[in-house]
Design a protein around this ligand. Sequence first.
Ligand SMILES: [Fe+2]
Ligand SMILES: [Fe+2]
Length: 207
Amino acid sequence: MTDVTEASELLTQSATFGAMTEATKLDWDIIAAHNKVFSASLTDRVIDHLRLLDGDCGGFSVDRLEHSVQTATRAARANKSDEYVVCALLHDIGDTLGSYNHPDVAVAILKPFVSEDHLWMVEKHGIFQGYNFFHHFGMDRNMRDDFSGHQAYDLTVEFCQEYDQPAFDPTYQSMQLEEFLPAVQDLFKSPKNSIYLKSDGVMMGEN
Ligand SMILES: [Fe+2]
Ligand SMILES: [Fe+2]
């Protein structure tokens, strides 16, 4: 039996255990085969979630989806790397679920796929963006200074000042969301950081 035949056979089956302690190797091979298929459509699920921002302006002059696409467009037009542009596209995806910590949601999605500096940039963009408005609420707009000296400090200042904060312009001609999908798909193909990556670099259940 070829590997392909074996995988397609596994996809016709379901594990039979009711408690993990009862599971067999076959059960886990079945689950791994299904998971491989499911993981391949991660981009679709993430983009579907991003689309939830469509029509939600939250008092801004553009909705949160346009803000996301506009931020990514500005980064793409500045010739930033695909990885950076995907971070820009997804940096506010947590607005739907993380009302009090939205950057952390994007971090959780991007963590397996991007560099430490890009991840830090996404994580800290909430604080660094505060430079542009915290003072209007009597808060310290220079909260970002707590991180001065960090290797990704300048990167994060640039992201917020050049691409994130100007991306509320209703007259800006943004790219279409669909134009970013190949870059998202490409990035999500190769997780580099996961508890399910084995020491030989192979994803659990994929060999
Ligand atoms: Fe944000
Ligand atoms: Fe933003």
